[in-house]
Design a binder for this molecule. Structure first.
Ligand SMILES: NC(=O)c1ccc[n+]([C@@H]2O[C@H](COP(=O)([O-])OP(=O)(O)OC[C@H]3O[C@@H](n4cnc5c(N)ncnc54)[C@H](O)[C@@H]3O)[C@@H](O)[C@H]2O)c1
Length: 386
């Protein structure tokens, strides 16, 4: 996008889409369509020509390219939307920034903090910027709760719970890039719980230390399939985190206990206001209107649509979008520290985070092998998977 003042408010933002797989079709193309008064998808690229043509036909996308570089050179889009597997994020995002496009890239942002910082080095002082998909920040209830915390309406934050208890089948891990450090960057901590943890920090602010454990209990993966962590926040609050892909009743659950209220959200892959529960502490409960004043008036679900809308606003104003720069880095820092703690058995403080070394250039120490804990006896396996 031209960041100059002459960029007209009438011209549509020209979008290039890289990767036309599951998330592109289920979330990004519908989100782009929802904003069709502001954007135009001019081209798409995918390494799979069949996949590209099927999706481009269905969504009437005119430009079709085998890779990001040729799309960028021919189409010069204002915004590049990156929906490739994680291993390709770095190269595609850098190519986009170098071509002058703003970038919106799927999670996990990058495979390491080193990659994240390298990519940030290609941003311009006034754009283009790279931002990342964290759609759960953008629903009305989360935005309202964030304001309450900033204004102190609910009292001091004390205790929090952050659970991503999801279920991914053995077949899910047959896709070659999944369950591997090199291509996915981690297990459920990096690939699934990242959304809930990002929202946890969005609401409660910076974390200061983490003590964690990560195991592989049932899936044939290189990474963990469950992790647990105790967190301390800069505010003094504490929290407990679980990230799992082996939990049959799926739940994404966050709970925030403040001195004056408990606020909870339970959903699986997306929430609206009805997913939230606001409970006043006994000393606030006499005021029968208090919850009515706390909850948001509008009901905006968490969604790619909402985040994209805010990103387009930022582009039009030429301002750094949310979920970019330091604000996009925080959850990745936490994940690196979580793995470091789980693998070394030590508590890791935010202060310890280095700009070099094993957990900067990667998320994991290759010398640490996650051993499958599942009993291999056929009788027990049958009982487990029958
Ligand atoms: N935000 C969310 O809720 C959410 C949900 C699911 C997945 N994701 C993320 O979205 C990304 C894609 O996941 P998916 O499930 O759609 O995967 P997918 O495998 O279904 O699709 C990826 C597509 O990218 C293509 N591709 C691979 N390398 C490429 C390259 N270098 N250039 C162009 N195309 C390339 C593949 O051919 C494929 O069509 C991942 O980063 C994943 O973590 C986010």
């Amino acid at each position: 996008m031209s960041t100059s003042a002459e960029s007209t408010s009438h011209a549509k933002i020209r979008v290039g889409l890289i990767g036309t797989g599951g998330i592109a079709v289920y979330k990004h193309l519908p989100a782009l369509k929802a904003h069709q008064d502001r954007v135009e998808v001019v081209a798409a690229a995918d390494v799979s020509a069949d996949r590209l043509n099927t999706v481009a036909d269905e969504w009437q996308i005119p430009g079709r390219y085998p890779d990001a570089e040729s799309l960028l050179a021919a189409e010069k889009p204002d915004l590049l939307v990156v929906c490739t597997p994680p291993v390709a994020h770095r190269d595609v995002v850098i190519a986009g920034l170098q071509a002058g496009a703003w970038v919106w890239c799927e999670k996990p942002p990058m495979l390491s903090l080193a990659e994240y910082d390298e990519v940030a080095g290609y941003e311009g002082a006034a754009g283009p910027y790279a931002s990342y998909v964290f759609q759960h920040r953008f629903g009305s209830a989360a935005q309202r709760l964030r304001r309450h915390v900033q204004e102190g309406t609910l009292g001091r934050p004390l205790v929090s719970v952050c659970h991503t208890l999801w279920f991914r089948t053995h077949e899910y891990y047959e896709v070659p890039w999944r369950g591997k450090w090199e291509t996915e960057g981690g297990g459920p901590t990096m690939g699934h719980g990242i959304h809930q943890m990002d929202l946890l920090f969005e609401i409660l602010g910076d974390w200061s230390e983490v003590t964690a454990r990560a195991e592989v209990l049932d899936r044939d993966v290189e990474t963990e399939d469950v992790s647990l962590a105790m967190v301390k926040f800069a505010s003094g609050a504490v929290g407990s985190v679980i990230n799992s892909v082996i939990s049959p009743r799926e739940s994404s659950y966050l709970r925030f206990d403040f001195t004056d209220a408990t606020v909870e959200v339970e959903h699986v892959y997306g929430y609206d206001n009805t997913s939230w529960r606001w409970t006043p502490a006994p000393h606030r409960a006499e005021d029968t209107q208090v919850v009515e004043r706390w909850v948001p008036e509008e009901n905006i679900p968490s969604s790619h649509i909402q985040q994209l809308g805010e990103l387009l606003d930022s582009m039009e104003r030429g301002q750094r979008p949310r979920a970019s720069g330091d604000d996009g880095r925080r959850v990745l820092e936490f994940i690196a520290a979580l793995y470091e703690s789980a693998e070394t058995g030590r508590t890791v403080t935010r202060h310890d985070l280095a700009r070099q070394g094993t957990y900067y250039t990667g998320m994991h120490n290759p010398a640490h092998v996650y051993r499958l804990q599942r009993p291999t006896s056929p009788a027990v396996q049958g009982a487990t998977h029958g």
